[in-house]
Design a protein around this ligand. Structure first.
Ligand code: PLP
Length: 419
């Protein structure tokens, strides 16, 4: 079975289903297709194939040395025990200071939650609040985990499609038309994975105005890529630009992407106290506290020098410009310029139906990514995995040289297609 077939048909084998050993909640979702592709890259490399992996969503920079020192010191000082279940007071204070510094948002420590990565915080929020059958509005293309976590929580993902022509941003009209009495959350990822599309303050305000009339709807503002932001307008987040919505907004962030700390597993959020308490209750009976040492490291990351954020930003912007130009120079591909994050989302509808050198046909974006993997030895992720067909995502968190080589290989493979 190919890796996409495994993803499309869900995680469970026929055998395990008939044995009826697994929970219905597990049946409702699939394993992450981006992780599946990254695993596939690992297998090919182990088999000696020279593959350029552009599927993983993590910065290629190392964690800052002062952060590593802080972790070491924490271990030596005996910070190796359980902590408060949803984070140490020191980390909550550092997060509160970060929200004040970067986002003009004031949160009390009781309004802050720390989890093992942004993913756990998001999971906690949705599982703690969704009642069966409630809707969660998710603009597409979306981060792969949103619909699956909603399904796990017995909610209903309601997908709001966007096009490259609309900059992969939802419009206020689209939002207004999608809201029903069943709507519980809107997930807004700014800037977005996989498209890199960003909303500035005015665009957020226009969406926020729509929400004012619907008090049942909460906003999950996923700001994980906040610091990888290329637009001239300053970065903004919903609770900041719409104070009237602050008490029904969860502002989610973390150190994974900004501070190149994906492996440390620290994410955080600010939101209303009732929600933060519910999330802590869930965490208390699942993972317990996030790693005490990683929490100490995150304090150092948030309180220490922030110069690397701007340095990373310059590098990412430079890579964005390179890959977007090369993709747009490839016949059949078109790639709008991302506003932030480190992904390029290329529209490949011009390649659908083309014939491969072996006589096979590029029937869809899965087939295209298979072809790119086999022929160009470049791993990209099919747009369908993100709810947007006939496209693919490239992560440009690799060096300029690697990126240029990957784009050249893609161009050569596309040149071998017959239309
Ligand atoms: N939100 C978005 C949009 C992401 O892309 C990711 C990770 O890929 C996360 C949240 C979760 O990040 P973490 O690694 O902190 O769990």
């Amino acid at each position: 079975m190919s890796w996409q077939a495994g993803w499309k048909s869900g995680p469970l084998t026929k055998e395990s289903r008939t044995m009826n050993r697994l929970s219905p909640a597990l049946e409702r979702f699939a394993p992450s297709p981006t992780l599946a592709m990254t695993q596939r890259v690992g297998e090919l490399r182990r088999a000696g194939v020279d593959v350029i992996g552009l599927s993983a969503g993590e910065p290629d920079f190392p964690t800052q040395p002062h952060v590593i020192d802080a972790a070491f010191r924490a271990m030596q000082a005996g910070e190796t025990r359980y902590t408060d279940v949803d984070g140490t007071p020191a980390l909550k204070q550092a997060v509160a200071d970060k929200f004040r510094r970067d986002n003009n948002l004031t949160y009390a420590l009781s309004e802050i939650s720390i989890g093992a990565g942004g993913k756990q915080v998001l999971f906690n929020a949705l599982v703690a609040t969704l009642k069966p059958g409630e809707d969660v509005l998710i603009p597409a293309p979306y981060w792969v985990s949103y619909p699956d976590i909603v399904r796990y929580a017995d909610g209903v993902p309601v997908i709001l499609p966007t096009s490259s022509g609309q900059g992969y941003r939802i419009t206020p009209e689209q939002l207004a038309n999608a809201i029903s009495p069943r709507t519980r959350w809107l997930i807004l990822n700014n800037p977005g994975n996989p498209s890199g599309a960003g909303y500035d303050a005015a665009q957020l305000r226009a969406l926020g105005e729509v929400l004012l009339a619907h008090p049942q709807v909460m906003v999950l503002s996923d700001d994980m890529y906040e610091h990888i932001w290329f637009r001239a307008e300053p970065y903004a987040t919903m609770a900041e630009v719409m104070p009237a919505l602050k008490d029904r907004t969860l502002t989610l962030n973390g150190v994974s992407k900004a501070h190149a700390m994906t492996g440390w597993r620290i994410g955080f959020a600010g939101g209303p106290e009732w929600l933060i308490r519910a999330m802590a209750k869930l965490q208390s009976q699942s993972s317990g506290n996030p790693c005490s040492i990683a929490q100490a490291a995150a304090v150092a990351a948030l309180n220490g020098p922030q110069d690397h954020l701007a340095e990373h930003n310059v590098k990412f912007r430079d890579r964005r410009d390179l890959i977007v130009a090369m993709l747009n120079d490839t016949p059949g591909l078109s790639c709008p310029k991302p506003d932030g994050a480190f992904y390029a989302f290329a529209d490949a509808s011009g390649l659908m139906g083309a014939t491969k050198p072996d006589g096979g046909v590029i029937a869809d974006d899965w087939a295209l990514c298979d072809y790119l993997l086999g022929r160009a030895r470049v791993a990209a992720v099919a747009g369908s995995a993100f709810g947007h067909a006939d496209a693919f995502r490239i992560s440009y968190a690799v060096s300029r040289d690697v990126l240029r080589e990957a784009a050249r290989r893609i161009q050569d493979a596309v040149a071998d297609l017959v239309f």
